[in-house]
Design a protein around this ligand. Structure first.
Ligand SMILES: [Zn+2]
Length: 450
């Protein structure tokens, strides 16, 4: 991880002279046909999953959704564990953080391939023209909150694994499928919790595929780093009619923002990365001012009393690159704040870390990357596009806590549709993606095409 090898960005290079059917191996061909024959089942499974309104926050319907997945896979002979992440943020009797991990051991020993999907979705929000939790199948698409992010990917991985097991009943190694919670809120009750318990480490697991909606012909190698922090400027309270007797913390924060505008934002814009982040605009350092608050609380609807605010707080969301260290990233902000302290009368501040995630990039020659790349070549007849996600996802926990670096995100669904109204996933895209997953299973478990 954190190594960058060679030229990563080679998109959509068509391979010359490929036959109409791209699968030369009869077993691969059978696998592909088996998945195609289960198209309706795949769509129905996706729709069923959407009908569990697993909205996070608060973390609704986690248990019934996890139990539904457990029940389906138990019938196929998987060993099932339902694991509640007790004591993690948001866990309660009303909203238990229930994860499901299913494992099927093959006929002989070998490596383990794990498909991890989060079952939580974000709230539906406004602007829908159809019921977000009805699981509507129409015009070759499945509609609903979570269709693309990422119940379609979860369903595709289940169909891929089942078809693979049917075509290769004597396969070596093991297949695991997990449905985990709370990814949308950081993954602490989901993958992070399981990773701490050893679910995402060798020798239990060797290769991890996270079917996030990165598009069916792209491999996501990792993500940029994250530093969230809260900056507070200090002031002194006084009567608002005589502000000169106090010291306004909001004005001090204004000075901080001016510094950011004049120096920090232009400097960040110049920091380009070799990481193939999509979209292109995120191929650099960025900073978002996530929230700012000073003075009287805004949850009170009465008249304000006249006060000079003695505190102003700002939350910043800094996304950084493999080329930067976390220490440098923090230093950049602290240097500006210290300079203000030296130059601006009465300026004082406090800074508090909220979250830190280091940037990640799985190497291009990692086994899971090569296996999925070969699957994409077989199914689509072109080179995969290798990308990096602008935001982080559960891969961070697999790498940092599980110390497992053979991990990528690969799945159907168009990234731009995630979290939007009328979210959908294309049924053909899921079928093709399931083929890639099943072919990848063959390569990883047999060490080559079975
Ligand atoms: Zn997601």
């Amino acid at each position: 991880m954190n190594n960058f090898a060679g030229q990563l960005h080679c998109r959509n290079v068509r391979l010359a002279n490929r036959p109409a059917s791209l699968l030369n191996d009869p077993m691969d061909e059978r696998l592909a046909r088996t998945i195609e024959s289960r198209t309706d089942e795949l769509a129905a499974l996706t729709a069923d999953l959407i009908r569990f309104p697993t909205i996070n926050p608060p973390g609704d319907a986690y248990r019934p959704c996890a139990e539904y997945i457990a029940e389906r896979l138990r019938k196929r002979g998987f060993g099932i564990e339902l694991i509640r992440a007790e004591g993690t943020p948001g866990d309660s009797e009303r909203y238990p953080r229930v994860n499901v991990v299913a494992r099927f051991d093959g006929r002989t020993r070998g490596s383990t391939v794990h498909f991890n999907s989060h079952i939580d979705v974000v709230e539906a929000g406004e602007g829908w023209t159809l019921d977000p939790f009805a699981g509507i199948i129409r015009d070759g698409r499945v509609y609903g909150r979570g269709a693309c992010d990422m119940k379609g990917g979860l369903a595709a991985s289940i169909i891929a694994a089942e078809a693979f097991m049917d075509v290769n009943p004597d396969f070596p190694g093991a297949i695991e499928i997990s449905g985990t919670v709370d990814e949308e809120s950081g993954g602490f009750g989901g993958v992070a919790y399981l990773a701490r318990k050893g679910y995402f480490s060798r020798p239990k697991v060797d290769h991890v595929i996270i079917p996030e909606p990165l598009n069916k012909d792209r491999i996501c190698l990792g993500h940029r780093g994250v530093w969230w922090a809260e900056i507070e400027t200090k002031g002194e309270i006084a009567h608002g009619s005589m502000p000169f007797l106090g010291d306004c913390a909001v004005r001090h924060m204004g000075a901080v923002i001016r510094c950011f505008e004049e120096e920090l934002f232009p400097a960040l814009d110049q920091k380009r990365t070799r990481m193939p982040v999509v979209p292109e605009g995120a191929r650099r350092s960025t900073l978002n001012i996530n929230a700012i608050h000073g003075g009287q609380t805004d949850d009170y609807s009465g008249l304000p009393s006249p006060n000079v605010p003695d505190s102003c707080r700002m939350v910043i969301d800094r996304r950084f690159l493999l080329e930067e260290t976390l220490a440098e990233v923090k230093d950049e902000v602290i240097t500006l704040l210290d300079r203000l302290k030296g130059s601006r009368k009465k300026f004082d501040y406090r800074i508090r870390d909220i979250m830190e995630v280091l940037p990640l990039m799985t190497e291009r020659d990692a086994p899971v990357v090569e296996a999925v790349a070969a699957g994409i070549r077989d199914v689509f007849g072109r080179e995969p596009e290798y990308v990096i996600s602008p935001g982080s996802y559960d891969q961070k926990h697999v790498a940092r806590i599980g110390h497992l670096h053979d991990c990528i995100a690969y799945g159907p669904g168009i990234l731009d549709l995630a979290h939007r109204p009328d979210e959908w996933v294309g049924i053909d895209d899921m079928v093709e993606s399931a083929k890639v997953m099943a072919l990848s299973l063959g390569r990883l478990l047999y060490g080559k095409t079975p």
